[in-house]
Design a protein around this ligand. Structure first.
Ligand code: PLP
Length: 357
């Protein structure tokens, strides 16, 4: 274990903690952040914990022009014993480096980054909310900072980690949502950037998201960009279907984002001796399964919600009502098991959790 004691510049103006009953997602940030710089001659240098405050960049900084950036998202949970723990943070750091590689950003040391994350969270320990379903959201990200309009990788970068206390995704209990299948816009294609967590992927999805919202749907389901036939993801979540007892999730195909929640669900289902497969699944197959009464459950999977049951799936003039718009039994079990492990209420036989101190 590498142990580098970071310099902490303490924030003299500490904010009052938010009302735990009214936490929104990503609207409020803690008193401190982690920052680190990169230059070609020094590599990654000057890791530090500083007050959360605006940063200064030149208008020519490359992030503003060609979008060279990556990010991650994970959470810290307070256990009943008062410990703070992370859920599979190594997976997020591995993925950060995979995103870096795709965006021509230099890699970071995963071991050092985990140590830095823990030190930052330790400084901000009092910000980890304790109410049921709440957590401290962790957003590491990297931006290109070189002032240059050349269409080429930046020679300098800034890595930051900001923290935001977040409320329960389900303040009124877990409930199924309505989803619109997107038949025009594309999120990602093989060989593109869909496998990386990089900013532009998300803004490119706003058009579809807005049209789904205008028609009363909570999210968009994305199809493959070439044939518009195969299911890829739902919103910013991976997707699972339970069909005639078998659990199916789209296989990693160089355009789907490989979620940590997705991976955990697959591992858990295998442990539970479920038949779980990663393969191509078309809208046509799904509709056939629905028509024959075999489409039993459907849900999205991601860090924010853990699982988000799908109650209705609407595609053109076809609409499927799944499990009578009720949350399925398997969806419920996955939710309670994963959140139980994350918060320390259930034992962690997989070694998925990691204490920060
Ligand atoms: C982050 C993300 C996911 C879910 O990943 P988790 O690691 O489970 O949070 C799925 N799809 C997209 C497009 C994402 O950005």
């Amino acid at each position: 274990m590498i142990d580098v004691q970071l310099e902490v510049k303490e924030n003299p103006n500490k904010k009052p903690k938010p009302d735990p009953e009214n936490l929104q997602f990503g609207k409020m940030f803690t008193d401190h952040m982690f920052t680190m710089e990169y230059s070609r001659d020094k590599g990654w240098f000057q890791p530090q914990i500083v007050p959360y405050e605006p940063i200064t960049l030149e208008p020519a900084a490359m992030i503003f022009h060609y979008g060279q950036s990556v990010f991650e998202g994970l959470k810290a949970y307070l256990t009943e014993d008062g410990d703070v723990q992370l859920f599979r943070p190594e997976e997020n750091l591995k993925r950060l480096n995979r995103s870096n590689a795709r965006l021509s950003i230099p890699p970071v040391s995963e071991e050092l980054m985990l140590n830095y994350l823990k030190q930052l969270i330790t400084v901000e320990k009092d910000w980890v909310p304790s109410a049921e379903g709440t957590s401290l959201y962790i957003r590491p990200f990297i931006i290109a900072t070189e002032p240059s309009l050349s269409v080429a990788p930046s020679k300098s970068y800034k890595l930051m980690v900001i923290l935001s206390p977040v409320g329960s995704y389900y303040p009124e209990g877990i409930h199924p949502v309505s989803i619109q299948v997107e038949d025009h816009f594309t999120r990602a294609v093989r060989g593109g950037t869909g496998t990386a967590k990089t900013g532009g992927n998300y803004s490119a999805g706003y058009n579809a998201q807005e049209s789904a919202a205008n028609q009363g749907h909570a999210q968009v389901m994305w199809l493959d960009g070439v044939e518009k036939k195969y299911i890829e993801e739902v919103g910013s979540m991976n997707v699972f279907f339970k069909i005639n007892g078998q659990v199916v999730t789209p296989e990693l195909n160089d355009s789907i984002l490989e979620g940590v929640t997705r991976k955990s669900i697959i591992e858990l289902l295998k442990e539970w001796k479920f038949d779980v497969v990663e393969r191509k699944i078309s809208m046509n197959e799904l509709y056939q399964a629905y028509e024959s009464g075999h489409l039993e459950e459907a849900f999205g999977a991601g860090t924010a919600a853990v699982v988000s049951p799908i109650g209705e799936l609407s595609s053109g003039d076809q609409s499927m009502i799944i499990n009578g718009r009720q949350t399925g039994e398997l969806t419920k079990s996955l939710y309670s098991t994963i959140t139980g492990i994350q918060t320390g209420k259930l034992p962690d036989p997989f070694g998925w959790t990691e204490k920060v101190e």
